[in-house]
Structure formats: structure tokens, C-alpha cells
Design a protein around this ligand. Structure first.
Ligand code: GNR
Ligand code: NI
Length: 169
């Protein structure tokens, strides 16, 4: 297994769209394992293949306290949604930046596992947030896209400042 490097904003590759997976082979299983390892190494709760420069519809997540409930979803789609919630989101492609985002409270997600077996998940709360955040990445969308232009500009300026400080430290 390998820890992959994570693309950071404003890398244009984060705006690419991922294509559906069609072949369920050893290479796909390796991608899933590498993405999990990368997510755990970065202390993230989710990761989308787009963030590691792979344009395939693969995402991983683990919202458990013990970090022992890995989820790997292939070709995940939200097929139903209800309600709304506000949750403070972060993103490994925007290190150190957090913002409140409004999303569906609950979602029904269809997906395939690494063997190509169909799954149907009813998710609510933080895990529903995470999966919506990851599916967005696969369509080139990021959490800052939901913010007002003013809030977004403020956060991007903060990201810039943090980077300049880190570079001069
Ligand atoms: O690690 C992550 N934390 C997080 C917190 C709140 C809402 C969404 C997330 S996902 C993020 C990892 C990441 O960037 N996934 O794309
Ligand atoms: Ni993210």
C-alpha cells in the first residue's frame, strides 16, 4: 500500500470530473487500499479519487471514532435526499480552512463495492455530509463553492496567508 499525495486548491485538476468505474480488478482494489491509507495518514474522514489525481468515481470514508470502519464506494450516487443540516466542513485540499455548509440531512446512496456488488445506504448526519462532500469532488465541486462570494474570498485569503506563514517559518 502507498500514501498518495493530495492535490490542494487551486490545482485545476480538482475541477476535473471523474468517470464511472467499469472494471473491478486488482488495480481498483489497490486504489481503494491506497486511498484509505492516504486518508488515515492525513487524519481525514473522507477522500475522493479526484484529490489524488485519479479521475475515477471512487471515494473512501471513515467517520468512526476508532478509525476502524472503512467505507469504499464506487460509482456512488445520491438517489434520494431529505431535510437539511448545517455542518462545519473541512477539506484535505484546503488545509486549515473550515466553513459551515448547508446540505441534505439524510441521503440514500447507491454504489458498488470493490467487487462490483450493489449497495444501497441510508445515511444521516455527519456521514451523510461526508459522502455528499466526496461525491461533489468527483464532479469537480468543492465545499467553498457553497459559500457567499465574500465568505469564500475571506477563507481563500486565510489559506494564502497560512501558506505564506508556513513558507517563511
Ligand atoms: O477530513 C475531512 N473532514 C471533513 C469534515 C467535515 C466535512 C467533510 C469532511 S471531508 C474531509 C476530507 C476531504 O477533504 N474529503 O474530500
Ligand atoms: Ni474534500
Amino acid at each position: 500500500m502507498s500514501v498518495l499525495s493530495i492535490l490542494e486548491f487551486p490545482d485545476p485538476r480538482l475541477r476535473l470530473h471523474a468517470a464511472p468505474v467499469q472494471v473491478f480488478d486488482a488495480q481498483l482494489k489497490k486504489l481503494g487500499a491506497d486511498m484509505l491509507e492516504t486518508m488515515y495518514a492525513a487524519n481525514g474522514v473522507g477522500l475522493a479519487a479526484i484529490q489524488v489525481n485519479v479521475q475515477q468515481r471512487v471515494l473512501v470514508a471513515d467517520m468512526s471514532e476508532e478509525r476502524n470502519q472503512p467505507l469504499v464506494l464506487v460509482n456512488a450516487e445520491v438517489v434520494e435526499r431529505h431535510g437539511s443540516q448545517v455542518y462545519q466542513e473541512g477539506c484535505l485540499s484546503f488545509p486549515g480552512i473550515y466553513a459551515n455548509v448547508t446540505r441534505a440531512l439524510g441521503v440514500t446512496v447507491t454504489a458498488l463495492d470493490l467487487d462490483g456488488k450493489a449497495l444501497r445506504l441510508e445515511l444521516e448526519g455527519p456521514l451523510a455530509v461526508c459522502i455528499q462532500h466526496e461525491i461533489d469532488h468527483l464532479d469537480g465541486k468543492m465545499f467553498v463553492d457553497y459559500l457567499s462570494p465574500l465568505k469564500r474570498a475571506m477563507l481563500l485569503k486565510r489559506l494564502d496567508k497560512q501558506r505564506r506563514q508556513a513558507a517563511s517559518a
